[in-house]
Design a protein around this ligand. Sequence first.
Ligand SMILES: Cc1cc2nc3c(=O)[nH]c(=O)nc-3n(C[C@H](O)[C@H](O)[C@H](O)COP(=O)(O)OP(=O)(O)OC[C@H]3O[C@@H](n4cnc5c(N)ncnc54)[C@H](O)[C@@H]3O)c2cc1C
Length: 329
Amino acid sequence: MGKCVCIIAEFRHGAFRRVSYEVASEGKRLADALGVGLCAVAVGSGVADKAAELGRYAVDKVFAVDDPSLENYLAEAYVPVIASVLEGCDPVAVLLPASVDGKDLAARLSARLKAGLAQDCTQTVCEGGKIKAKRPIFAGKCYGWCEWADGALPIISCRPNVMDCLAPLEDKKAEVEKVQPALVQARSCVKSMELDTSGKVELTEAEIIVSGGRGMKGPENYTMLEDLAKVLGAAVGASRAAVDSGWRPHADQVGQTGKVVNPNLYVAVGISGAIQHLAGMGSSKFIVAINKDPEAPIFSKADYGVVEDLFNFVPLLTEEVKKLKSSCS
Ligand SMILES: Cc1cc2nc3c(=O)[nH]c(=O)nc-3n(C[C@H](O)[C@H](O)[C@H](O)COP(=O)(O)OP(=O)(O)OC[C@H]3O[C@@H](n4cnc5c(N)ncnc54)[C@H](O)[C@@H]3O)c2cc1C
């Protein structure tokens, strides 16, 4: 194909992650604005059989690198393979998920390809033929726009759950070209992967998050939040204070040194709203804060605030949501 925007789709455990569809959708908007096509690179074990699915999100062509040794992300193995495919298809811009693996990959690719990198972007535009990308700076206190010098390849990692996903095109299948760049004999390997089988919703992909902080007073009280999360269909998060106290695993931490999340609804329970916490959830679409201190900084960010003792309020809220749900069903 001719000039194109290229996305790097994230394929894990036999399926594309939802963020790949968001990135494809943003790639399509950018490609249309630039008047070019949309292609994708997909790497993994068994990926070639699934690659045509990306057509549902407007991808015209997928370069699939399918090999059992590429089952799990390993920088040493993935970077040379993807760099070689990108050199072959000569894109005008590269978009990929700003996931943990994606951010690592983006930085390494930009160094190898001498490209310009903008991480964790929330929007891309094309103005007068020039690509611009918007990204949060100063721990999310403000946003900056990145531009690229003439001739520099933009590599843009896209924050999950922010960019609108296109409605899937039911019948469209992408053209798939299997490519076999030379594989690098990596010096390390992933021996095994322990998947979370609890059925918990992954925080960065959750539409609703109920998060608890130091105000929860102890790990045993999180069952209260889990009950609320269950009726809302939400994931449970935590502040660093709760994680540092050993009440929750680090995987649940939201914030500057935890996960960046963008759910439709974020319920902050017993969380004061420190700047480092806001950096991880401040761009949520609706924020509800439950805190007994009316001066807590979280209220300045919240769309709805409840000044109340959480131990009284959360069980009542859970009951009300249950009633509401059963009256609707
Ligand atoms: C470099 C660095 C990185 C950091 N990274 C992160 C990060 O990624 N994520 C993060 O969260 N923090 C991070 N922090 C820590 C951050 O500064 C705060 O210390 C932390 O967010 C506070 O957590 P908290 O709101 O749960 O606790 P607190 O600040 O102690 O707030 C507890 C809140 O609970 C309320 N409360 C207490 N009891 C009740 C009750 N019964 N009912 C209702 N409300 C009640 C209180 O009024 C208070 O507002 C970082 C700090 C540094 C220096």
